[in-house]
Design a protein around this ligand. Structure first.
Ligand SMILES: Nc1ncnc2c1ncn2[C@@H]1O[C@H](COP(=O)(O)OP(=O)(O)O)[C@@H](O)[C@H]1O
Ligand SMILES: [Mg+2]
Length: 272
């Protein structure tokens, strides 16, 4: 009886992202580029999935297709059970579950940090008072309270990325898509941001898909790592990372962590 309940419970949790035979060609007139060959992938609810691979293997292409920014050439993609594309049209109801963060924070320089974060809410028609409350809550969540009235140029790179994460979370999407969000930061800030992202992940129950080309970052953050091989991009292997959370930076010095990093590095050298 108990077993039946557990089984049905597991079956009842569908993936938040489902890719079926997703393929991408970029059409340049003289030479079409096969960026991604037919790819199947599920991202579970509450999972932190990392896309890892050498430069040019199609990580950004894959993430931008999941985010609805570019259309797949063929295949089917669904977000929380809803098709992202139907009859060549992007479906806006599926987009509501997605928030995106890029390598550059992409904040508007002429808006205060608070106004940058609450801009998506303004576009949704939320009142000024409610927006301010929400922006302040988000700034607290990402650890930049007190910087509401500052301009983006007055913040460090790490703090600007925190603001970009707060903006992506503003309309409470179920899924956060992050393309090398910490790639432009120095090593110490990057460590701090990795810890911060883990804290956010554990407190907000989001599903996260994060792109990186740092092997250590992938192993530190991921529940599962999808290793992509280049030309054309395809899934080489999927690795389940066994470490419990919360993970500490000291984990990176352990033999088990190092051995996963080494295995991935060797495989990356083979496929690059
Ligand atoms: N807009 C585009 N037009 C033509 N080719 C592109 C375009 N964007 C990416 N590519 C090519 O597709 C491949 C995958 O690129 P990308 O997804 O950016 O890889 P990654 O993020 O892993 O570095 C590369 O060969 C790249 O040159
Ligand atoms: Mg990229």
């Amino acid at each position: 009886m108990v077993l039946c309940f557990m089984l049905s419970d597991r079956v009842a949790a569908p993936p938040v992202i489902a890719l079926r035979a997703i393929e991408k060609w970029y059409g340049t007139r003289d030479r079409p580029v096969h960026a991604l060959s037919a790819t199947d992938l599920d991202v579970g609810a509450g999972e932190l999935l990392v896309l890892l691979g050498p430069s040019g293997c199609g990580k950004t292409t894959l993430l931008r297709m999941i985010g609805g920014l570019i259309a797949p050439t063929s295949g089917h993609l669904s977000i929380v059970g809803r098709s992202l594309w139907a009859r060549g049209e992007r479906q806006s109801d599926a987009l509501a579950d997605l928030g995106m963060v890029f390598q550059d924070a992409n904040l508007f320089p002429w808006l205060s940090i608070e106004d940058n974060i609450s801009l998506p809410l303004e576009l949704k028609g939320m009142s000024a008072t409610a927006r301010r409350t929400k922006a302040h809550d988000l700034m607290k969540l990402v650890g930049i309270s007190g910087f509401e009235k500052r301009w983006p140029r007055e913040l460090s790179g790490g703090m600007r990325q925190r603001a970009a994460i707060a903006r992506a979370l503003s309309y409470d999407p179920k899924i956060l898509l992050m393309d090398e969000p910490f790639g432009a930061l120095d090593a110490m800030t990057r460590d701090a941001m990795n810890l911060e992202l883990q804290r956010l992940f554990l407190t907000t129950e989001k599903s996260i898909v994060l792109v990186t080309h740092s092997i250590a970052e992938a192993v530190f953050l991921a529940d599962r790592i999808v290793l992509l091989s280049p030309r054309p991009g395809r899934i080489d292997q999927i690795i389940t990372v066994p470490f419990a959370r919360p993970r500490t930076l000291e984990l990176q010095a352990t033999a088990e962590f190092q051995s996963i990093v080494l295995g991935l590095r060797q495989r990356l050298t083979e496929i690059s």
